[in-house]
Structure formats: C-alpha cells, structure tokens
Design a protein around this ligand. Structure first.
Ligand SMILES: O=P(O)(O)OC[C@H]1O[C@H](OP(=O)(O)OP(=O)(O)O)[C@H](O)[C@@H]1O
Ligand SMILES: Nc1ncnc2[nH]cnc12
Length: 251
C-alpha cells in the first residue's frame, strides 16, 4: 500500500535552477483533483489524479493556470490506472490509453515542445521503453537529435552503463558512446518517475558527457514522486500531471 499523505501536500516540483519557463509552462498547474481512469478487470473506477506543472507553488496561481490550460485535464483523464499491476500494491499508470487519444497525445507533445523549444537543446534522450514514445516527436519538433537510453545488451556499439533500482525490481540502462558530446544541452524524457532511480541513472549517463545538469521531463507521475523528486536534488524536473493515488483507494 502506498501511503504518503503528508508528502502529498508538499510541492512536487523542485529545482534551484529550472530552465527558463516559457509562457505555456509557467501557467501549468497542479490544479484541482482530476479523474483518471482506473481499470480493474473490465470495470473503470475513478481515482484522484492531479494535473500539475512546473514551478508554480501558489495554489491560487495553480488553480488559475489550470483554468487557462484545459489540455491538462484531458491528458490526466486519458491515463489509465490499473491497481496491483504488475504486482500487489502497485498502481500502474498506463499511458497506452493516452496514446489512443489523439488529442491528449498531441497535447502532451505540444506542451513539452512549447516549454523546451528555443532553449538550445540539441539532445533529447528517451528512456526505454516509454521514453521512446514521447521523446522522438519532441526531439523532431524542437530540432534536436534523439538518443535512446536502452536496457542492457540492446545497443550494438560501445556503450556506457548505469545500474539503478526500480519500484519493483532492478535494471540498467545503456547509451552509445559518442551519441552526445561535451557541451550539448540535453533533455531527458520518460513517462513517469516513481523512485527516481531510472531518471537518476539517465542523468548520470548524460552527465558523463554533458557538464551541466540535463533538463528532465515526464509526462506524468505517481505519489512516490516525492521520493523520486528528492533523489533528483536540484535537477530541473517538469511534470505534466501528478497522481496522488493511494494504492488501495479503489478497494
Ligand atoms: O522512478 P523509477 O522507480 O525508476 O520508475 C520509473 C520507470 O519505470 C518505468 O519503466 P520500466 O522500468 O517499468 O520499463 P518499461 O518502460 O520498459 O516498462 C517508467 O517508464 C520509468 O522509466
Ligand atoms: N506505478 C507505475 N506505473 C507505471 N510504470 C511504473 N514504473 C514504476 N512504477 C510504475
């Protein structure tokens, strides 16, 4: 069971040196609770999920911003939540339903592109597997190359590797040597942060080649973002929507 009630009241966005927020991201909010889909067997039951955004911490500002950008509600509601997958106690945030919703998918990409275009970003690094879905369209739209951060033994060339622990297991990601060069400005893309282990490993990989903090972004996250966010230290983190689910709210 996931319990983090006190943490849930904390700001979920942290950065001591965030990227300059463009207009769209400034107005992105953790607004009033929204309703994503929760699927248990064939039944859909709503649980709470909040739209969120970058660096706004004032509830009034956030609520105001939420009203200004209705796309977040559509994105949040397009993410399906499946309790106890792949094991008991995990509230699995399923973005495959978002991909079926053309508007929500497009809005997701557009929000990130609006935020990160014209920031001199030359590398978008996507984390396998779901970062491969969201990263390439963002990379193309902002004029950056795409670098896949892959699970072990998938890349044929010389690689550098980082191990990390997951919410439900351990893993490793690898990157081709030479895919990025010193001085490049990178954006790391994934769909979710839970413990933050994956994202931290990605940052360490990129950090071997890029001297400054890479920007990182997620399409949505779960309640344990607070732990994951803390593990990121002062790295800029951009989250579109945030769930505040309790693992057994649905029961
Ligand atoms: O913050 P963390 O605790 O590290 O967890 C987040 C990671 O877990 C998921 O990927 P997963 O490893 O399940 O791989 P997949 O995308 O191939 O399913 C998700 O897409 C993130 O990459
Ligand atoms: N709760 C969750 N939903 C989807 N992917 C995950 N990866 C780690 N935790 C996850």
């Amino acid at each position: 069971m996931i319990h983090a009630p006190s943490l849930l009241r904390r700001p979920f966005f942290s950065s001591s040196s965030p990227p300059p927020p463009p207009a769209a991201s400034c107005i992105l909010p953790p607004p009033p609770l929204l309703r994503p889909h929760v699927i248990s067997s064939l039944a859909r039951t709503p649980i709470s999920l909040r739209c969120s955004a970058a660096d706004s911490r004032s509830p009034s500002n956030r609520e105001m911003a939420a009203q200004q950008d209705p796309r977040l509600a559509g994105i949040a509601s397009a993410i399906r939540v499946i309790p106890d997958f792949p094991k008991a106690g995990i509230m699995f945030q399923d973005i495959t339903t978002l991909l079926l919703d053309v508007k929500a998918f497009r809005d997701t990409i557009d929000l990130f592109v609006d935020r990160y275009k014209d920031k001199g970003i030359s590398v978008v690094a996507g984390i396998e597997a779901r970062g491969f879905i969201f990263g390439p369209p963002i990379a193309l739209a902002i004029g950056a190359k795409f670098v896949p951060l892959r699970k072990p033994k998938k890349l044929p060339g010389e690689v550098i590797s980082e191990e990390y622990s997951l919410e439900y297991g351990t893993d490793k990601i690898e990157m081709h040597v030479g895919a990025v060069e010193a001085g490049e400005r990178a954006l790391i893309v994934d769909d979710l942060i839970a413990t933050g282990g994956t994202l931290n490993a990605a940052i360490r990989l990129l950090g071997m080649w890029i001297s400054f903090n890479p920007f990182v972004l997620l399409t949505f996250t779960i309640s344990s973002i607070y732990q994951g966010r803390d593990r990121l230290g002062d790295k800029p983190l951009f989250v579109l929507v945030q769930s505040s689910v309790d693992a057994h709210d649905h029961h």
